[in-house]
Design a protein. Structure first.
Length: 433
């Protein structure tokens, strides 16, 4: 009889098992002790929250090296790059408009008022203090003021303070300088540049491997946190998670099932029926594999063979633009951050919300293409909102219980965006000709 290998199961199944076992232990154990008094659900919850802290610590340097790695391997002309960026920016603006409208009209996060405070009370003393921070001072849309706040005093300062936007700006500056030196005609010996590129690639792969090990521990973290939450608050806590799930899926579905087909028809002259029928293989694979990168070969085939899109437009969108065509991740990050800000009672004005949206885009671009990118990036975006570490380590495992559903929808949205951008690029090429 074959043995069941838990680690061979898909991550979402591992998380579901963790939720079920954690719920069972929470109902049985409650807030009491067991295992001869050595363990209780509060202790398991604290151990689970350590995984989330480690995830956040590794994600910050990963963004830096992911951006540098993209500079090394990306090669496009200025004209094509300008078109790609313009189209991606337009789609992102619409995505953020949808997300901000839903969050401000319906205010779904207010349904969590007071619910997280009791959960945070079970955290270790060093995390439980100052559970809710005010919105960071200086959060505005003044470009000069923001730039001044994000310019570090030293190269190590952003990494010490975990300042994500400063790290992204530093990575962009470093990557641009590296590209300039690499293609400079005044430097004959490029051996030093090649060594730096190899070091960057190696560091990127090293961080990816470390993160994958941490991601494998997420089901155990979910098990511990769910046991803690259910033991304290009962099974009614899952009603709160359902509200979060419906909110996020509403934003993703409106963007993917209304905006994308309309743009394909009006902007790309692609009938809606053809967009869905001839791209169905890629869309369904994105939903099933939870990876737009793994779906890339099928997306290219659907574009070139089914839709008749040129190889240049298809590859520019799907391959080169992979770090930009991630509306699913970026919309999710912004909506989740605003949801939890509402839950924490933090009143964000429109300017501050737009800064959060911009941070979601920057972080999403830096970390896109990585397995479980949405889960990895979320703690960083929440930190930008001004939420304390106590609230973050409480909310993330709770959200992780249904992230496997949202993650597949995010990937499906990203694949649909890849195809839409290729269709629009092709229309622009044909119109120019």
């Amino acid at each position: 009889m074959a043995k069941l290998n838990f680690t061979a199961l898909p991550l979402y199944l591992q998380v579901i098992i963790g939720v079920l076992l954690g719920s069972l232990l929470g109902v049985i154990g409650g807030t009491g002790s067991y295992c001869f008094g050595l363990l209780n659900n509060a202790t398991l919850g604290q151990l689970g929250q350590l995984v989330i802290r480690l995830l956040k610590a590794l994600a910050t340097p990963l963004i830096f090296f992911a951006i540098l790695e993209a500079f090394i391997h990306t090669d496009i002309s200025f004209k094509h790059g300008r078109r790609l960026i313009a189209l991606c920016t337009m789609n992102l603006m619409v995505a953020m408009l949808i997300g901000l409208t839903l969050m401000n009209v319906f205010k779904p996060g207010e349904s969590w008022h007071g619910q997280l405070s009791g959960m945070m009370a079970q955290l270790p003393p060093e995390l439980a203090k100052n559970p809710l921070k005010a919105v960071p001072e200086g959060l505005s849309l003044d470009p000069l003021k923001n730039i001044m706040g994000f310019i570090p005093e030293s190269l190590l300062d952003p990494f010490v303070k975990n300042s994500v936007i400063s790290i992204i700006l530093l990575a962009l500056l470093t990557g641009a300088a590296l590209r300039h030196i690499k293609y400079s005609t005044f430097i004959d010996d490029q051996s030093g540049v090649l060594i730096v590129e190899k070091l960057i690639t190696s560091a990127y792969q090293l961080l990816i491997q470390m993160l994958m090990w941490v991601v494998r521990a997420i089901p155990f973290a979910v098990f511990g946190v769910v046991a803690q939450v259910v033991g304290k608050s009962g099974l009614a806590v899952f009603g709160l998670v359902a509200i979060f799930l419906v909110t996020i899926l509403a934003g993703l579905f409106i963007h993917a099932l209304v905006y994308y087909p309309c743009m394909a028809k009006w902007g790309g002259n692609m009938p809606v029926k053809r967009y869905f029928s001839q791209g169905a293989d890629a869309m369904l694979m994105g939903l099933s594999t939870n990876s737009s990168l793994a779906t890339m070969p099928v997306t290219l085939r659907c574009l070139t063979e089914n839709m008749g899109i040129s190889s240049r437009s298809a590859r520019l969108s799907v391959c080169v633009g992979t770090n930009l065509n991630n509306d699913g991740i970026m919309l999710y990050e912004a909506m989740a951050a605003l949801f939890l800000a509402q839950a924490a009672g933090i009143d964000l004005n429109l300017s501050q919300q737009l800064v959060i949206a911009a941070a979601s885009v920057m972080i999403g671009v830096g970390i896109s293409g990585i397995p479980e990118a949405g889960m990895i990036a979320l703690p960083l975006v929440l930190g930008t909102v001004g939420l304390s570490e106590a609230l973050i380590v409480t909310a993330i495992p709770l959200i992780s219980t249904i992230d496997w559903i949202i993650a597949r929808c995010r990937s499906g949205v990203n694949v649909m965006n890849d195809m839409l951008i290729a269709i629009l690029l092709e229309r622009m090429e044909n119109h120019q000709d």
